[in-house]
Design a protein around this ligand. Sequence first.
Ligand SMILES: *Cc1c(COP(=O)(O)O)cnc(C)c1O
Length: 427
Amino acid sequence: MLSYDPTPAFAAAQDAADPLAHFRHEFLFPKGSDGQPVAYFCGNSLGLLPKAARAAAEQEFKAWEERAVEGHFTGDQPWMTYHEALAGATARVVGAQPDEVVVMNTLTVNLHLLLVTFYRPTAARYKVLMEAGAFPSDQYALESQARLHNLDPTAVIVEIAPRAGEHTLRTADIEAKIAELGDSLATVLFGGINYYTGQVFDMQAITRAGHAVGATVGFDLAHAAGNVPLHLHDWDVDFACWCNYKYLNAGPGGSSGIFVHERFANRPDLVRLAGWWGHDQAQRFQMKKGFQPMSGAAGWQLSNGQILTLAVYRASVALFDQAGGMRALRAKSEQLTGYLEFLIGQLHLPTSRLEIITPADPAQRGCQLSLLVHERGRELFDYLAAQGVVADWREPNVIRLAPVPLYNSFEDVYRAGAALQEFYNQQ
Ligand SMILES: *Cc1c(COP(=O)(O)O)cnc(C)c1O
């Protein structure tokens, strides 16, 4: 266990000893009003631009310019099978086998596609369990899925909230709720990490509990993919999806990933919304009637790949392998986040003024700390911004700070701590 010091010398020494420190130079940082790079803590919202992204996109522009339609079939990575080139690195980030993942579309679109397959309500089994306060897009997706089946969303969606006086959910309470819903439960849909509190849910326990009552279990990993180690295959999760523009740094509106467990790889009988790109590759261009899905997650593809976006993703996801994978990143992440927590503790503020609502247990959090600021929260947020500390504000009074191990330094974290200290010294 590292013992922390609230000094710039300590932060500098940590950075000097950090084997991942140089990855920071693979990214471009926005500049603050002083012309210096900001201390960026918004990787949970939009990851920074990897320097390699431009060249990767340029390579595809060049292929388009020079070979046009031939680009589908020729070159270093033909567009027709582009998704295959992404599967290995993607699978390693989420703990899957390569054919269990595919990168396509955007997150909410993919959530709908997966729910079409995995939420199959019957008269008796039609409920969906979600965490209360799930990301709004997930709530709207679920409401509209209920309507798609001519069901009343309020009868379908069951939300589980933290106990009174608590900010996060207890695994035992989630398990108990699943058992209580029993035969009426069709699907469990949870965030892998709640976007607001930063709580990591015990995905393995939730999956086990869901399967025990015969429900399908899926996760929205928008805040988990590229943040914490995941073992989707071994946890036996049925399905998952995530966006790649948060911790995976693939750019605004960038592509999304899906996971479908290999148990469903060769199940052409599963109901799905189909398109030609999910059709058996060997026969795709015979343009025949009768959809026959490719095996694995690729069988959920609809359209030919969005190559310019996927090229950026290919460059950004490659950094995860270069950094030694999620295990190496996680080791640094725990220290960075621990340091931020330590510096916030040094403010010695009563919880009536400021409290961290993210779990204190490192196993139950990723790299985000959510600060519930009971007084003058917006002022604090604006003060941080003026000091070049980029955080994010969630109504009504939460500031989220996410030190990302790929590009944040201990000095960045020190800077955030110092800015917080200055704000409260002025009070
Ligand atoms: C960021 C986020 C989204 C965003 O969805 P898009 O379809 O990519 O716009 C959805 N769900 C969760 C849980 C998120 O964190």
